[in-house]
Ligand binder design. Sequence first.
Ligand code: ATP
Ligand code: MG
Length: 134
Amino acid sequence: MKDEQVHVPIKSAADIVAARQKGRALAQELGFNRLDLTLIATAISEVARNIVNHAEEGEIVVALANQGGTRGIMVVARDKGPGIKDVAKAMQYGYSTNKGLGVGLPGAKWLMDEFDIKSKMGNGTTITMKKWLH
Ligand SMILES: Nc1ncnc2c1ncn2[C@@H]1O[C@H](COP(=O)(O)OP(=O)(O)OP(=O)(O)O)[C@@H](O)[C@H]1O
Ligand SMILES: [Mg+2]
């Protein structure tokens, strides 16, 4: 398998679609089943949409992940936006600062196997998510 890594700049709705498609394509190449492809694409959409809605612009990186011979997909969403004041709150279902449903972040975490979020006020947000092939 190629050592692939795809960067998608995110600032518009069209970029969200592009990130979703690039992630799905890599996941398919890796051998994820159709259900997993949908789950991965949905998680990518949510973090990409958050960049557009809450940070204006940023990027999504999708890459091959490997841990002790287990392969998977890694998705990094990063921006230099305003950051999140209270990450624990933002991870709760129903918490939104702009009248959204507040399900994007907890939903993405639930859809993936690993989810890490680092955010600092004034310094942006970086989310790293992984899903493993079983
Ligand atoms: N990249 C980001 N930069 C700054 N704040 C963010 C970012 N992503 C999420 N947030 C904050 O975390 C909150 C929760 O995010 P989440 O995706 O769960 O809900 P939402 O985007 O408000 O609504 P929904 O995704 O359900 O439409 C957001 O309302 C926002 O305050
Ligand atoms: Mg959201």
